[in-house]
Every structure is written in C-alpha cells, then in structure tokens.
Design a protein around this ligand. Structure first.
Ligand code: MG
Length: 202
C-alpha cells in the first residue's frame, strides 16, 4: 500500500507557512514503513529539532482505479478517520529552500499516524468536523468544507498519475494551527465528539 498526502489544502494553513494557495493539489507520498502502528508511541527522531503535528482527514481506498472522475470517486472509499502527518519542519524548510524533494522530512518511519476508521455512509462528507488535542487542549480544528480540494477532486487528480489500489491511504491536508511536538506530549484526535486517535510522544 501507499500513503498519498496532499499539501496546502486549506488556505489559512498555506498562509501560516507563507506558501501560495495552489491551483491543483500538491501531492507527496509516504512509504508503508511510515505508518505508526496502533498503540505504539511516536519516537522523536534524532535528525530533527522541530517535529510538528498536522491533523488531517484520512480516507482509505477500497477499490482499484485509474483516471477516476470526481463524480464517481465516492465509489472508491467507504472509510475515513483522522491522522497526523508528522513533519520535520526544520528539515523540510531546508529542502524547500534548496528546491529539493521533501521525502526525508515527511516520509520517515512513524510519520503517518492513523486513527480508528469510521464508515463514510454515516456522515455528510462535506461537513466533517475534526479536532486535535495536545495534552488535553485543542490545538487544531477543521471542517472538510474548508478543503480547497474535496476528497473526490483529490482522487480525480491523483488517479491521473497513480493507480489507486485497495488499502491505499490518502491524507487530505491540514488546517491552520500546526505546531511543535515535544517528548511526553499526548495527542488525541476527534471526528466530531468521537475519539479516533491517541498518540504519545517518547
Ligand atoms: Mg500535511
């Protein structure tokens, strides 16, 4: 399986990192080794002094497809959750300055935390509220309607380039409010009031 991630999908977050608001989705990927296994702590890596959290809605592909039109994209997933796209911001800033690919700042081991999946049929996908708590306090809040590119548009665009396969995961980008991770932090992710994600930092 592969993990497809979208960057700059909320205009307020693009602004907080002083990035341009994109005219098509910004895509990067993480390998399957980036998955943080359920119940495992996130071990703060040695190569960064500025690991940041990015809370994101995450969809799981359940059907193989290529060149999927957005109006049919809803047939390619049935489950979603909240995830954290852990980012070595110091490393990423250096790579961006040099015009180099982001992989080592974004796709390292444990950089993709994923919560318990919920059924999409139980929700209005355009109005999913989500939030992330750090040590009991809300640090990020988002709503799917604020995404620049909906999950359907993301699937249409992504599948022009990459065949989507069963089990692939799509991170849909983070709203504003990203911030630093410290050792001993405790993160909890919510879809509306339902807790779906729990990650401790070691
Ligand atoms: Mg992200």
């Amino acid at each position: 399986m592969k993990i497809i991630c979208i960057g700059r999908n909320y205009s307020e977050h693009a602004e907080e990192l002083k990035n341009e608001v994109p005219s098509s989705p910004v895509i990067f990927m993480k390998p399957d080794t980036a998955l943080l296994r359920k119940g495992e702590p996130f071990f703060y890596p040695e190569f960064s002094e500025n690991i940041q959290f990015e809370a994101e809605l995450v969809f799981k592909i359940n059907k193989i497809g290529k060149h999927i039109k957005s109006k049919f994209a809803g047939k390619y997933f049935t489950e979603f959750t909240l995830g954290i796209d852990f980012t070595a911001r110091d490393v990423q800033e250096e790579l961006k300055t040099k015009g180099l690919p982001w992989e080592i700042s974004k796709a390292f081991d444990q950089s993709a935390a994923i919560g318990n999946f919920l059924q999409t049929k139980d929700y209005d996908l355009n109005k999913i509220e989500f939030s992330l708590k750090k040590n009991g306090e809300i640090v990020q809040q988002g709503n799917a309607f604020k995404m620049l590119f909906s999950i359907e548009k993301i699937i249409e665009y992504t599948s022009k380039f990459f065949t989507l396969k069963i089990g692939d995961i799509i991170f849909t980008g983070t709203p504003k409010g990203v911030g630093k991770v410290e050792i001993n932090d405790h993160f909890e992710g919510y879809i509306f009031d339902k807790k779906v994600l729990d990650v401790k930092i070691k």
